[in-house]
Design a binder for this molecule. Sequence first.
Ligand code: SF4
Length: 159
Amino acid sequence: MLLYASFDIVFQEIPNEVTLAINISNCPNWCKNCHSPHLRESIGDVLDENIISVWLEQYANAITCICFMGGDADPYEVERLAVYVRTVFSSRNIKTAWYSGKEVLPAGISISNFDYIKLGAYIEHLGGLNMRTTNQRFYSIENEVMKDRTEWFWEKGYF
Ligand code: SF4
C-alpha cells in the first residue's frame, strides 16, 4: 500500500509536460540531508485507483502527465497504478512518470509502463537534476529503451 502526503500540478519535474506530481510518503531511502524529511514518515492518505480517478477527472484537461514522486517502499504498487492510468484513462493520453530514489529499478518492473523514470538517491553536494554534477539520471522511455535525457534539465532557462 502507498500513502501520499500531498500533490500539486508542476512544470519543472518533467520537461515539456504539465504534471500532476504525487508526493508519496514512507520513503525507505534515508538520504543524508533529505530535502523532504516529512516524506520519510508514514503519513497521509491511501494512494489508490479511487483517488487517482478523482484527480484525473478533475485535472485531465489541465495535465499531460502524472508522476509518482517516491514509492520505493512498494514499487510494484507504483507500477500497478501506472498501468491503471494507462488502461483506464487511455483515451486521455496521460503520460506516466516515476521519481525513484533507488539506483536501479527493482527486478520485474517493466519500463514500458512508464514514459519517464528518474533514478538515483539525493546526494546534497552533487545536487539535483538541474545540476550538471548530479548523480541522478532522468530517462525517457523510447521504443522500450531507457534514454538518458538528464541534459534536458540543463538547458538554458529551464530552471
Ligand atoms: S529519496 Fe527523497 S524523500 Fe527519500 S530520503 Fe531521499 S531525498 Fe528524502
